[in-house]
Design a protein around this ligand. Sequence first.
Ligand SMILES: NC(=O)c1ccc[n+]([C@@H]2O[C@H](COP(=O)([O-])OP(=O)(O)OC[C@H]3O[C@@H](n4cnc5c(N)ncnc54)[C@H](O)[C@@H]3O)[C@@H](O)[C@H]2O)c1
Length: 359
Amino acid sequence: MGVFANDDPGSSGHEQVVFCQDKQTGLRAIIAIYSTALGPALGGTRFYPYASEAEALADVLDLSRGMAYKNALAGLDLGGGKAVIWGDPDRLKSEALLRAYGRFVESLRGRYYTACDVGTYVADMDVIARETRFVTGRSVEHGGAGDSSVLTAWGVFQGMRAAAEHVWGSPTLAGRTVGVAGLGKVGRHLTGHLIDDGARVVATDVNPRACEWARQTYPQVELVPDASALIAADIDVYAPCALGGALNDDTVPALRAKVVAGAANNQLAHPGIEKLLAERGILYAPDYVVNAGGVIQVADEIDGFNFERAKLRATRIYDTTREILQLADAEGVPPAVAADRLAERRMADVGRLRTILLP
Ligand SMILES: NC(=O)c1ccc[n+]([C@@H]2O[C@H](COP(=O)([O-])OP(=O)(O)OC[C@H]3O[C@@H](n4cnc5c(N)ncnc54)[C@H](O)[C@@H]3O)[C@@H](O)[C@H]2O)c1
């Protein structure tokens, strides 16, 4: 089946969707370019055992659109794209498959840059790079930025400061209680920033090793058994840093926090949850705005990685979040809607400049 088989042509709004196949290695990949209005499309490659091609396609269309919005609000000169490799990475991943995929990326001649996502790692990017120039998220030995969770956490912290200022008048978490759900790569760095800022942290993780890390590193962190306990706890800020869908019809009514700002992608379980949050007087700092530090970090590699430059850009997530919250108030819409509007405005206003001919 093809992308337009069951829909009106062009209804997904994507510029280009490419189906790639290499039977010998078992590669089946879909590269989706949502927009190149601001520059080459950047987004990671997800290697995942989808149940069907339709499921893989739906995911890549959704994720690539999300990247266009994220990259636009991160202030990058990059459009939005994403790729999926359909299959079980444990069984299928090989040098030849990754290199075959790299050749398909190269065939787009720079319209799409790839990077890591679920199921792909820095070492895989180094293999893909043997066939294409258009790959970021590489190892430090190859000029890469290394672990992107460092600036993701820094950016989430900046977005959270802006949200705190909007609600309580001061851009600090000092004296506030923050609930961190998920003490993985991002959650750990975020916990450090919060404690340095003077916040009290309550946290949870399903992995006992992550909880043990907290006990050893920050004995002052209060651990609760699960995310439901965290949501019901007396917290000021809720920071989902585990999986998507953290904000849903069950969790939002139970939430005691006044602010939600966290790293997890796709925190709103379905459209309409942003309204439910607004009705309950909970300020939601949109996930794709505050978690853009990771993409900022890997995007910086394209010009030769410079940590300080990338950190400065991730620090600006504070300003962007502030602007979105002010726009939301001014236009009487939830912050998620205001963020979308701002991203669309940048894509339209800056993207239009390409119509000025440069002979
Ligand atoms: N790493 C990045 O640069 C980056 C960038 C943007 C967005 N994100 C998103 O942020 C989130 C965290 O990323 P990460 O890199 O820290 O991932 P990670 O896998 O290192 O950490 C996730 C942690 O969440 C825990 N967890 C899973 N289910 C849970 C549950 N139900 N309750 C409590 N804890 C649970 C896991 O045990 C793990 O410790 C993900 O949603 C990711 O997509 C990450």
